[in-house]
Design a protein around this ligand. Structure first.
Ligand code: NAP
Length: 477
């Protein structure tokens, strides 16, 4: 079944609702209208928060076996309708159909893990008698849901990153209101449909479609919303953090991830991993490989191999099974990437491959000799561009890899255990991959960044910890 242009409704506190004012969802590769969704108002958001108060009570009172059953049923629904979900991701966003299927598989995993983790939300007994005078006390602590969670999500994984918030929220007995990215709201609505079909009680989940700069503040600043779980760019993340006030905040932000290739690396493996790490999802991935530091002794072969593989990377129609890379999310974004590359070239960077734009498409691009104070060397490019730097001394490579304001993940290719360990200890990142690129993740692992890449961790078990708070119980005997 394919999504038809028909006017999608948003999922407001268990009811499918439309509005006169709509947002047009367009396919970035040809600008065709895919569908419309309601442009919710501040009043819609406030009303939804009011209803979520009741939803939070319902969610908290659901027995764990019911939470597990609902989440697993939602996963079953997605599994049964996998092609529809994949088509929607690929149509509204910039992923190829193969990449979109990969995201649906991961979303199913995310939900299944959430269901499993629901049964492992545990506390501890407390030895009150360690304190003189407390000998006659016994007790424990356990984890209770925070209540209402406001989730704000980006365009680049429009299904699985929403599932990373909804799955753990339902597993831990919270109500959740999702504000998906305006460019890609349809996949989030399909996730809501899966939960509605699975029998999640009304008011526990809402997916409110609307512009972040119009309805975002109502969600972020509302005192009844006890946690904001945000995934997106640094600028919006900082603004939300400033405005949120006294509530829990989880921030999954961007990066410009480094990879280090040492003299003993398996070059073929390093090149393959760097290609997919740099160019999958057209480089619009928070873990994208952006800066590669290669030992002097291997730079020529690495460069030659990487450029040869880049030339083979096919760019084109997202719906073709043969396409490796689709467009960026919009022509505006492709122009931003083009301008940033041109600025580097005007400052002395050498273009080894790519650098061509056609509408929202931008070819996979390899640059070398990029001055370290260029925007593209310091900031997140969020496009299919990778920078190559030779190095002589390992210590200097680590220092340069660290010398940015982000720190999400990194990769290092080597079989030298001591050097790998040195990198593990010295690199300021939330995750480091040995013999793989920065772009590796499973949905069950702790995930998040240091420095300006974020605050807190996702990965189901960690998300549940963030979405709950300990409550102490003490019996005086
Ligand atoms: P974005 O522009 O920051 O938008 C993300 C979400 O925030 C959207 O739903 C947006 O709504 C909303 N928003 C923007 N300004 C807001 C405000 N003032 N108040 C409330 N909501 C607001 O990011 P994006 O372009 O969609 O995504 C790309 C970024 O996400 C990259 O930096 C990438 O690295 C990061 N990311 C991080 C992770 C991670 O796990 N660390 C994963 C994926 C992506 P509108 O769409 O309506 O503007």
């Amino acid at each position: 079944m394919k999504t038809q242009f028909g006017g999608q409704k948003m999922y407001a506190a268990g009811k499918w609702a439309d509005r006169e004012r709509v947002i047009e969802v367009r396919d970035p590769q040809d600008n065709q209208l895919v569908d419309t969704v309601p442009a919710a108002s501040v009043d819609d958001m406030l009303q939804c928060i009011e209803e979520a108060k009741e939803g939070a009570k319902t969610a908290a009172s659901m027995p764990v076996h019911e939470r597990m059953a609902v989440i697993n049923k939602a996963a079953d629904h997605i599994e049964t309708n996998l092609e529809e979900y994949a088509y929607t991701i690929s149509r509204e966003g910039s992923k190829t159909i193969r990449e979109a299927r990969g995201e649906v598989y991961r979303c199913i995993q995310t939900l299944r893990i959430s269901a499993e983790e629901a049964r492992r939300i545990q506390g501890e007994t407390i030895s009150f008698d360690q304190q003189p005078g407390s000998e006659n006390r016994v007790g424990y602590y356990y984890h209770v849901p925070v209540g209402i969670i406001g989730a704000i999500t980006p365009f680049n994984d429009p299904l699985n990153l929403v599932a990373h918030k909804v799955g753990p929220a339902v597993a831990s007995g919270n109500a959740i209101i999702v504000k998906p990215a305006t460019a890609t709201p349809l996949s989030a609505l399909l996730l809501a449909e899966a939960f509605a079909q699975a029998g999640l009680p009304p008011k526990v989940l809402s997916v409110i479609t609307g512009y972040g700069n119009e309805i975002g503040d109502a969600l972020v600043t509302h005192p009844a919303v006890r946690m904001i779980s945000f995934t997106g760019g640094l600028e919006a993340g900082e603004e939300i953090t400033r405005k949120a006030g006294l509530k829990k905040i989880s921030m999954e932000l961007g990066s410009n991830s480094p990879v280090i290739v040492l003299e003993d690396a398996d070059l073929a493996e390093a090149i393959e991993a760097s290609i997919s790490g740099a160019f999958s999802a057209a480089g619009q991935n928070c873990l994208s490989v952006q800066r590669i530091y290669i030992h002097d002794s291997r730079i020529d072969s690495f460069q030659e191999g990487l450029v040869a593989r880049t030339k083979q990377y096919t760019v084109g129609d997202k719906q073709s099974e043969l396409t490796d890379m689709g467009p960026l999310i919009s022509e505006k974004e492709a122009i931003r990437v083009e301008d940033t590359v041109e600025e580097a070239i005007s400052r002395g960077a050498v273009l080894l491959e790519g650098g061509k734009r056609d509408g929202a498409f931008y070819t996979p691009t390899v640059l070398t000799n990029v001055p370290e104070d260029c925007k593209i060397a310091k900031e997140e490019i969020f496009g299919p561009v990778v920078l190559l730097y030779p190095f002589e001394d390992f210590e200097t490579a680590i220092e340069k890899a660290n010398n940015v304001r982000f720190g999400l993940q990194a990769g290092i290719f080597t079989n030298d255990v001591r050097k790998a360990h040195q990198a593990i200890e010295r690199m300021d990142v939330g995750g480091i991959m040995i013999n793989d690129s920065s772009d590796y993740r499973i949905d069950a692992m702790p995930f998040g960044g240091m420095k300006n890449s974020g605050l807190g961790r996702e990965g189901i078990k960690c998300s549940i910890k963030e979405m709950t708070e300990p409550k102490v119980v003490c019996y005086k005997l």
